[in-house]
Design a binder for this molecule. Sequence first.
Ligand SMILES: Nc1nc2c(ncn2[C@@H]2O[C@H](COP(=O)(O)OP(=O)(O)O)[C@@H](O)[C@H]2O)c(=O)[nH]1
Ligand SMILES: [Mg+2]
Ligand SMILES: [Zn+2]
Length: 329
Amino acid sequence: MASRRDLDEDDVRSRPARSTRPRTKDRPDYSAATRGLVIAVDRGRTTCVLEDDHTIVTAMKSRELGKKSVVVGDIVGLVGDTSGTEGSLARIVSVIPRKNALTRTIDDNPGEERMIVANVDQMAIVIAAAHPEPRHGFVDRALVVAFDQGIKPIIILTKRDLADGKEFLSVYNGLDIELFEIQRGADLDPLRHALANKMTVLLGHSGVGKSTLVNALVESAERSTGIVNDVTGRGRHTSSSALALRLDPVSEDAETGWIIDTPGVRSFGVAHVNIERVIASFPEFAEAMASCPKNCSHIEDGCALNTWEGFDDPHKSRLSSLRRLLAAQ
Ligand SMILES: Nc1nc2c(ncn2[C@@H]2O[C@H](COP(=O)(O)OP(=O)(O)O)[C@@H](O)[C@H]2O)c(=O)[nH]1
Ligand SMILES: [Mg+2]
Ligand SMILES: [Zn+2]
């Protein structure tokens, strides 16, 4: 069996939603198609949940879609057998324009990007207090991508039983980002509230505890829907692609949220993000930068950040992150 590490996503980047081509007159009219949310894609078979009655339907892309990708989080139009009964297969005939998307670059083909999820409301950046060691670069790049795509970031520090992670997290204290510190068996209620009614994607290196967390969050949802077996027939841990799971409602009148487990993300590419937007995702430096020379690159000698007083250690760490990102642009 392939190890989890083999399944790592190598490089995640955001991409603006592509506009859909206008319909030509002779295309069939699929306005009556049933709408569904894509929760898993596994070797050409797509698992969708119908918006109307939550039926779980297996579907394949119709020829009309051509090379257009269908990813977890997509809202699609379905025709054909949407009964969801065993052995039934519906056809996906349309993909609703995406509000955002995260993509990764394939190892061997740096030019080729593959989308992993779309239409997320929230990005949970998952890091472990130890094993593997947390890295600021990963979190900072993820924050840039979240900012660029208009996705709300939260940070989840796992494995608090191994280390306290205080020093690592102190860098993000002033940023108005919710931080959650957990470990196996921890009270997850505060986190459940942050996840309620939202589509949240978990991003983090392999081994930080994403699947362990998802297990704890969706225990009863999994039992009641059997989604996991429907998707892979083997259990979610062996899934090599993203997988969306419905969360238990936090209260009786609340709607449910969705959490997307991903197989592991090692690094983020942010080279495609406009430089102004990279800088804007470091709001704690805005005041200092107001004193910069015109058109400052913020990595040059005259940059006001070099002489800014009132930097503490967390600022210094974030500044090195920003400068690494700027130098790589
Ligand atoms: N010490 C400790 N280990 C944990 C905790 N959560 C998960 N692990 C372990 O970390 C390893 C990776 O967990 P997994 O959920 O598969 O990580 P993923 O690759 O991010 O999905 C497994 O061996 C887990 O048992 C925790 O809170 N504390
Ligand atoms: Mg996992
Ligand atoms: Zn500057």
